[in-house]
Design a protein around this ligand. Structure first.
Ligand SMILES: [Zn+2]
Length: 501
């Protein structure tokens, strides 16, 4: 059974990546602190990759960005793993905390926040921040994106991909807007929602609750309010405009509310303490979100049979929901029932053929099968995935494994080179690309890819030579070196401690 070794490898690879990244980010963090004196509380940031949440954000943001005159394709959305309510925008990025989803009561409330952030982007309010980022922060933001991409869905440690990114990476500190910019963003947000015929009530409600929250929590500064100061006069102006809207009373449909409830259930399941989740969703609750939340909580609490029972209730009732199938596949895979995990993962690819994260999940299950035909199939899925997300280091890493299993050494080296490159490990990338080159046919796309990596990672003239790839990347194990699987419980993330102050 390859599972354990494979898992260990993946974990090791990501740990290594993490430490590499942390080194470069430590420098950024120092700069950040120097540039922005507000940067105070030490805070680790990690990003999430999850197909369901990403699809939700895409669906809701795209029309708003368009209404704001922005090109939705040019804006990268980052999901930050943080239980507090926060959102930020600057340059070509918009970030939202997972806490935004759990704080919001309706999809329309989140739309209000997205529209506000779109107002900052459209007003180019981040310009000063963008300049600061150009000096110090761009690599930091890119780092966040890379991390998200590198780990991909069905990430080794968690269902939702998690990757720690060191400390003091306080993006928000780059994005402190002036009062007039805040007021403008509010007004713009109402304009965009009106253009779309969407209610402005959610915007009003969520800001209003945020204000009360601020009062209740007293001294403790909410991170969102830190970057988006919410003065009384600002709120009254927003309220007045919002209430004038002809669409004020437009309601979210029950389907839209249900969809948000599923996402909230998933986030709580993965990011809150499992026992707390089981209390929040008691067995008496037989709704879909409750089954969903309990499936994840049991899975994280190592109660696999209960987890399967909950998720299979959902997949039986909604066989065409890709995310229910994805979770069933993930539970099976992480508990070593890799062959059984193929069917649900295959189903997700049928349902969402364009989604690279689904193909990566399926490929991992196929590789674990040890069957040559299935490993060959995995290669196809992974090639489709990296065609869609060229910077997905985790997909390249899995592709390297698939090639290695098939004895395609040069292609495995090339995929490893790309994976290391995407992780920012340039000496490793250079080393593997050079090693791949002699085995690739001159002039082919792969040969050019190897050359590109070598050139991109070559030290400038006069610079000290690249260090040799140290520590040596782990060689891929041959089948006979594999160890039997011992572990029955998956590595799931420690529960995030929710600060109740
Ligand atoms: Zn703002």
């Amino acid at each position: 059974m390859p599972l354990q070794l494979v898992r260990a490898q993946v974990v090791k690879a990501s740990t290594k990546f993490r430490s590499r990244l942390r080194k470069s980010l430590a420098v950024m963090a120092a700069l950040a602190t120097a540039a922005a004196p507000i940067a105070s509380q030490a805070q680790g940031i990690s990003t999430l990759r999850d197909a369901e949440i990403e699809a939700w954000l895409e669906d809701y943001s795209r029309p708003i960005f368009t209404a704001a005159g922005l090109n939705p394709k040019s804006i990268e959305i980052i999901i930050v793993n943080d239980p507090t309510f926060n959102a930020f925008a600057g340059g070509r990025y918009m970030g939202v905390n997972s806490g935004l989803f759990t704080f919001a009561k309706t999809p329309n409330e989140i739309e209000g926040v997205i529209a506000h952030e779109a107002g900052h982007l459209a007003g180019n309010h981040g310009a000063r921040s963008a300049e600061a980022m150009a000096n110090a922060g761009t690599p930091m933001l890119l780092g966040l994106l890379l991390a998200g991409a590198a780990i991909a869905a069905g990430a080794p440690e968690a269902g939702i991909g998690l990757l720690g990114l060191g400390q003091n990476i306080a993006i928000k500190d780059y994005l402190v807007y002036s009062r007039s910019q805040e007021a403008t963003a509010d007004q713009s947000s109402i304009t965009y929602l009106n253009r779309l015929g969407k209610s402005t009530k959610g915007a009003m409600d969520i800001w209003s609750r945020m204000r009360n929250y601020q009062i209740i929590t007293g001294q403790r500064v909410n991170p969102f309010l830190q970057s988006h100061p919410l003065a009384n006069e600002r709120f009254s102006a927003l309220q007045t405009r919002a209430m004038e809207s002809p669409y004020f009373n437009v309601q979210d449909s029950p389907e839209e509310i249900h969809r948000l409830h599923l996402i909230q259930a998933k986030i709580k399941g993965f990011l809150h303490d499992p026992l707390q989740t089981l209390r929040d969703y008691p067995l008496s609750d037989q709704s879909d979100p409750a089954h969903y939340a309990r499936a994840v909580a049991y899975y994280r609490h190592s109660e696999i049979e209960k987890a399967l029972k909950e998720i299979r209730k959902l997949t039986a009732e909604h066989p065409d929901n890709p995310y229910f199938n994805e979770l069933e596949g993930q539970i099976l895979f992480e508990y070593g029932r890799t062959n059984e995990s193929i069917a649900p993962h295959r189903k997700t690819v049928e349902l969402l053929p364009d989604n690279p994260l689904m193909r990566i999940n399926l490929a991992r299950s196929l590789i674990a099968s040890n069957e040559p035909d299935l490993i060959a199939e995995a290669t196809i899925h992974l090639k489709r995935a990296v065609a869609k997300e060229k910077d997905n280091g985790f997909a390249w890493y899995e592709l390297a494994r698939a090639y290695a299993e098939q004895g395609e050494t040069a292609k495995a080296d090339l995929a490893t080179a790309e994976s290391r490159f995407q992780s920012g490990a340039h000496p490793d990338a250079n080393h593997f690309a050079r090693r791949a080159l002699p085995g690739l046919e001159r002039g082919t796309a792969e040969w050019r890819q190897a050359m590109d990596i070598i050139l991109a990672t070559q030290p400038a003239e006069g610079a000290p030579p690249l260090p040799s790839a140290q520590p040596a990347p782990q060689p891929l194990p041959s089948p006979e070196e594999r160890q039997p699987q011992e572990k029955k419980t998956p590595d799931v993330p420690d529960p995030i401690v929710i600060d109740s102050n």
